[in-house]
Design a protein around this ligand. Structure first.
Ligand code: GLC
Length: 398
């Protein structure tokens, strides 16, 4: 239930289906990923010098928002603070912040403002672990509650800051409950505070409690509750110019389709450079996904699991009483599918808008009149209407 009592607080999020994740911080300067402090065993003081250099004059969050909007994304989640402890926001309980160091700016404030100006939903990522605290690294150490207490106190204070300083925050995206012990972190209390400060906020499961949604990482796992797969475009979360392992737009579109057909969301990551620019490959990919969504978004936004699929041809999604066949391969001029327990009354190809001729015998259906070659090079979609609610002829198997 939402705080106002009107519907479910997850309604907008289920409708959204596609969001932008942003990993950005001082680690963008060396450009070897956000784990560099740990991976290269950089002492706290040496790492801290990065904050004296991090001063992105070109930072313009409205450009990020525009890129997300053009890509068809409906919400954005920014790393307010990652494992390295550097805060992109003003914090009374830390001196390692963008406001107190070289940049002298509150990036979270600017980001939230840019989102609000464009009606974009806002999420903040917050890493519970902070590698700067004594005794927290190496991870293999047996860290007891007393060692972790200052870090836990900081987390409670900073979550409070993030949820009081910037108006409405739609999503609280925790990460790295390490040690993995919700009692040590007082996660229940933390989330109760978050909900008191922001009654409609959505909270992920990474403070060790289930809360609103699951977060499969770099994999699609359809859960029986709200879930969101988060994915990198290459193999790095943060800026890493030597990582050229980019997934083609076509693959990411299929990923989005598979999330939607499983009733889940895709949170696709970008990794801006130290000036805040989105790398060219990422920008081009976002534009390509946006082009596809403008023609095929009806199959994605608000999609849930369908009662039947198109086995052999691909996936399907359901929006209202319509079914969308998300074709993994082009069938040629006739598209056969089966297990359809309702009468198909209309069928059209979204890429061209053309109506298809329907032939139905029992639960077997043939759609005629498709072009010989696939009109969309990424992913083609056929929209189906029925004489009522769509049903499978047999209960769907898992
Ligand atoms: C992992 C990584 C972290 C990244 C996150 C995104 O937990 O440790 O660097 O931010 O995944 O889901």
């Amino acid at each position: 239930m939402s705080a106002s009592g009107k519907g479910d607080r997850l309604d907008w999020w289920r409708q959204a289906r596609f969001g932008m994740f942003i990993h950005w911080g001082v680690y963008a300067i060396p450009g070897r990923g956000e784990w560099i402090m740990y991976q290269e065993h950089i002492p706290v003081e040496e790492y801290a010098a990065l904050a004296d250099q991090f001063n992105p004059q070109a930072f313009d969050p409205s450009a990020w928002v525009a890129a997300a909007q053009n890509a068809g994304m409906k919400y954005m989640v920014l790393t307010a603070r990652h494992h390295d402890g550097y805060c992109l926001f003003d914090s009374k309980v830390s001196d390692f912040t963008s406001v107190k160091k070289a940049a002298k700016r509150d990036f979270v404030a600017e980001f939230v403002e840019a989102c609000r100006a464009a009606d974009m939903r806002v999420g903040l990522y917050y890493s519970l672990i902070d590698w700067r605290f004594p005794g927290v690294l190496p991870r293999s150490l047996n860290r007891d509650a007393a060692t972790c207490r200052p870090m836990v106190e900081q987390a409670h204070a900073q979550v409070r800051e993030l949820l009081t300083q910037y108006g409405t925050i739609d999503i609280l995206w925790y990460d790295m409950l390490d040690p993995h012990d919700p009692v040590l972190w007082r996660s229940r209390e933390l989330n109760a505070m978050a909900r008191e400060l922001q009654p409609d906020i959505l909270i992920n499961n990474r403070a060790g409690l289930p809360e609103d949604f699951g977060t499969p990482e770099n994999q699609v796992v359809a859960e029986d509750r709200a879930w969101e797969a988060c994915y990198t475009m290459n193999r790095s979360w943060a800026y890493c110019p030597t990582d050229r392992n980019y997934k083609p737009a076509r693959e990411l579109i299929r990923l989005l389709a598979s999330c939607a057909s499983g009733g889940g969301n895709l949170l696709l990551n970008i990794s801006p450079d130290a000036e805040g620019h989105i790398p060219l490959e990422q920008d081009l990919t976002l534009k390509e996904i946006g082009r596809w969504l403008r023609a095929h978004g009806k199959a994605i936004y608000g999609a849930v699991k369908p009662p039947f699929e198109a086995p052999g041809l691909g996936m399907a999604s359901r929006v209202g009483d319509r079914i969308y066949l998300l074709l993994q391969r082009w069938p040629g001029t006739t598209l056969p599918f089966a297990w359809c327990g309702s009468t198909v009354t209309a069928a059209r190809l979204l890429a061209t808008g053309q109506d298809l001729r329907i032939e139905q015998r029992g639960d077997r259906v043939w759609l005629h009149g498709l072009p010989a070659d696939a009109p969309d090079l990424n992913l083609n979609v056929v929209e189906l209407e029925f004489d009522g609610e769509p049903r499978a002829s047999e209960p769907p198997y898992q």
